[in-house]
Design a protein around this ligand. Structure first.
Ligand code: NAD
Ligand code: TDX
Length: 342
C-alpha cells in the first residue's frame, strides 16, 4: 500500500504521517509538500530516513511534478492536506488560497484519474458550513447542513469539496471528504489561536483576543482527527462526507484564560483587539455519522489534550522559536502592529 500525503510538513499532515507510520508500518508513505511558510521540514526529521517514507518537495498545482510523482510511485491512495489554511491570511490576500486549495485539488484528482487509485481523500473543514448562533446550542453542523461560507479560505475549501463530489459523480473517482472542527496539538503553527497564545504568554507578550473573545470553536486533539481519517480510508463509504468533532465547544476568551492559568501568567496580558472581518461566531460538529458507521469516538479530553500541548510547546521551544523569530515576524508586525485595541 502506497499513500501520497500532501501537506505532510504542516500541522495535521505531519501528525497524520506519524500516526500512519506507527499504526501501518508496512505502508509506504510519500509526503508531497511545497514547504510554504507553514511547512517545516524539521517537523519530519525523525522519520526522514525511515524505510518506507519519502519526502518530495513540490507544488500540488504543478501538474508536471504531480504526474511525475504518480508515475514513479503508482499510489493506491491520496490524502490531501495541502492547503493555505489561515483565515486571517485569506482575508489579506485571497489569491493563493484559490490557487492551492481549488486548482491544486483538481490537479491531484486529475492525476488520480489518469493513474487510477483506490481512494482520494479530501481533508476539508467545518468552516464550509458557515457559522451558528451562540444562543442556539441545540444547533450543530451535520453532513446535510448547507454550504454557507464566510471567508475566502472557507469559500476555497468549499469549492474544492464541490469539485471532489463532481469528480466522483462524473468520472467515478473513489473519493471521500472529511470535515473536521478546530484541531490543536503538537506542531501547530504559532499563527493560530492556541499556539500563538502559548508562545506569547511564554514570552510575556500581549495576548491578542479578537473582539470580546466570545466566539466559540469546537476543539479536537489532532491525534483523534488522524485516527478518524485512517478509519475513513479503510472503512468509509466512497462518495460520502464525514464530519469529525468531539463536542468540545469553548469560547476563545476561556481558552486564553486557561492557557494563562496553566502557565502561571497574569490575565492582564490579555488585550482585546479589533475583530476579524466576517468573524464566524460559533462552530459545532455533530459527529453522529462517523460514530454510527465507523465506530469513531474522540479519545483525548480537552483538559488532558491542552496540558499535553502546553507541555509539548515548553519542551520544543527550538521548534517554534525558530518560526517566531524568522519570516513570521514580518507577518506578526503587519497583522498585529497596527491592530487597534478595543
Ligand atoms: P498547515 O497550514 O499547518 O499546513 C499546510 C501544509 O500544506 C504545509 O506544510 C504547506 O507547506 C503545504 N502546502 C501549502 N500549499 C501547498 C501547495 N501548493 N503544494 C504543496 N503543499 C502545500 O495546515 P493544517 O492546519 O495542518 O491543515 C491541514 C488541512 O486540514 C488543510 O486542508 C485544512 O484546510 C484542514 N483543516 C485544518 C483544521 C485546523 O484546525 N488546523 C481543521 C479542519 C480542517
Ligand atoms: O490572534 C488571534 N486572536 C483570536 O482571537 C487569532 C489568531 C485567532 N483568534 C480567534 C479567531 C477564531 O475565533 O480564535 C479563533 C480561532 O482562530 P484560528 O486559530 O485562526 O482558527 P479558525 O479561524 O477557527 O480556523 C481553524 O479551524 C478551522 C483553522 O485555521 C482552519 O484551517 C480550519 O479549517
Amino acid at each position: 500500500m502506497t499513500i501520497i500525503v500532501t501537506g505532510g510538513a504542516g500541522f495535521i499532515g505531519s501528525n497524520f504521517i506519524f500516526h500512519m507510520l506507527e499504526h501501518h508500518p508496512e505502508y509506504r508513505i510519500v509526503c508531497l509538500d511545497k514547504l510554504t511558510y507553514a511547512g517545516n521540514l524539521s517537523t519530519l526529521k525523525d522519520v526522514m530516513d525511515r524505510p518506507g517514507f519519502r519526502f518530495v518537495r513540490a507544488d500540488i498545482c504543478d501538474r508536471e511534478a504531480v504526474f511525475r510523482l504518480f508515475e514513479e510511485e503508482k499510489p493506491d491512495m491520496v490524502v490531501n492536506f495541502a492547503a493555505e489554511s489561515h483565515v486571517d491570511r485569506s482575508i489579506e490576500d485571497p489569491e493563493v488560497f484559490l490557487r492551492t486549495n481549488i486548482l491544486g485539488t483538481a490537479v491531484l484528482m486529475d492525476a488520480c484519474r489518469k493513474y487510477g487509485i483506490t481512494r482520494y481523500h479530501q481533508v476539508s473543514t467545518d468552516e464550509v458550513y458557515g457559522d451558528l448562533p451562540l444562543d442556539r446550542p441545540d444547533l450543530l453542523f451535520t453532513e446535510e447542513t448547507p454550504i454557507h461560507t464566510s471567508s475566502p479560505y472557507s469559500a476555497s475549501k468549499a469549492s474544492a469539496d464541490l469539485l471532489v463530489m463532481a469528480y466522483h459523480r462524473t468520472y467515478g473517482l473513489p473519493c471521500t471528504i472529511s470535515r473536521c472542527s478546530n484541531n490543536y496539538g503538537p506542531y501547530h503553527f504559532p499563527e493560530k489561536l492556541i499556539p500563538l497564545m502559548i508562545a506569547n504568554a511564554l514570552n510575556d507578550k500581549p495576548l491578542p483576543v479578537y473582539g470580546e473573545g466570545k466566539n466559540v470553536r469546537d476543539w479536537l486533539y489532532v491525534e483523534d482527527h488522524c485516527r478518524a481519517i485512517d478509519l475513513i480510508l479503510h472503512k468509509g463509504r466512497v462518495g460520502e462526507v464525514y464530519n469529525i468533532g468531539g463536542h468540545n465547544e469553548m469560547a476563545n476568551i476561556d481558552i486564553v484564560k486557561l492557557i494563562c492559568r496553566e502557565l502561571g501568567k497574569p490575565e492582564s496580558l490579555i488585550t482585546h483587539v479589533t475583530d476579524r472581518k466576517g468573524h464566524d461566531m460559533r462552530y459545532a460538529i455533530d459527529p453522529a455519522k462517523i460514530h454510527r458507521e465507523l465506530g469513531w469516538l474522540p479519545e483525548t479530553k480537552f483538559a488532558d489534550g491542552i496540558r499535553r500541548t502546553i507541555r509539548w510547546y515548553l519542551e520544543h521551544r527550538d521548534w517554534w522559536e525558530e518560526i517566531v523569530s524568522g519570516e513570521y515576524q514580518h507577518y506578526y508586525e503587519k497583522m498585529y502592529g497596527n491592530r487597534g485595541t478595543v
